[in-house]
Design a protein around this ligand. Sequence first.
Ligand code: PLP
Length: 358
Amino acid sequence: MKSLASRLVPKTVEKLIPYQSARRIGGSGHLWLNANELEQSCRYGAGDGEYHRYPDFLPHELADTYRVYCQGAGDTLNCDAVAVRGADEAIDLMIRTFCQPGADKIMICPPTYAMYEFCAESIAVEAVKAPLLDDFQLDMTSITKQLAETKILFLCSPNNPTGNVINQADIITLLEAGKESTLIVVDEAYIEFAPDTSVINLIEQYPHLVVIRTLSKAFGLAAIRCGFLLADSCVMEYISRLIAPYPIADPVAEIALRALDSDGIQKMRIQSDELISTREWFAEEVQKLAIVERVYVSATNFVLIRFASAECMYSYLLSKGIVTRNQVHEPALANCVRISIGSKSSMLETLNALQEYK
Ligand SMILES: Cc1ncc(COP(=O)(O)O)c(C=O)c1O
């Protein structure tokens, strides 16, 4: 039987032959004169590596290393992985691969990460909305009603900007409901701050589930632009047709591989634990302030705070040189400000500023 991915993919993508880059065509020989590269090159500065050749057309070693990191000790993860230029590229790729401009729809559950809607609208794909409930959990009735007409449902867990984890039982219910109609993407950009809540192991049972990850958050590597898309091979077959010819630059792969070795993973876990303890201390202290209505529980590296007036607090903090994220554009988040968790001293300075507010 045909997979759901192959039934959903537009004809144009189905017919598409991936761009045949020199590295993809490959070959064997002792002179490589097939890619219009320089055979040798000058160096432009101290510490430069050898960068005159194009990188892998798909960095398989990096993708495999990430898969091993995901599966943890003892388990086997039965899915494919591909490395991309940040989770943002994975979102864009999913939409461009499976949605036909002017015809298809995705579904989002706001307040959530803005890129799902942006990427969809940029190619005339409608983003249907099923807003989160007051407790920031999924409105299952609203989602299920619209699911059959939706090509991709984007869920974000832990969610940005609310910070909470989406109930796994709800995700499973939707995976069952969408089996014949909808690819379900779970964006796990913040998963290292709530590792037990990942749905990655469900890909084997639900081949229409796609998980998006990144090295930008807990690994602290936002500048290198490296993310991953994990999915069944039936989804990956189409993703690999649209992916850019050389998505990952060599220096990026080198840094990412170091972050994903056992020493790197241990360092990431130590810095995540420290961040979580700073977050909990900051949230507890901020909650004591009279100007604060509520600090929402967070499973991420930020906290969402509801003030009596967000506009004032955002501008006030800015006047003190502290740049936060106003949520004024989100109807459900009136008076909320999102604050990333920095070092203990940065959070102490922020707390002091809030305490001094008159
Ligand atoms: C939920 C979510 N997904 C994806 C991203 C983008 O991640 P990347 O830096 O890997 O593109 C972010 C960044 O803030 C995010 O909050």
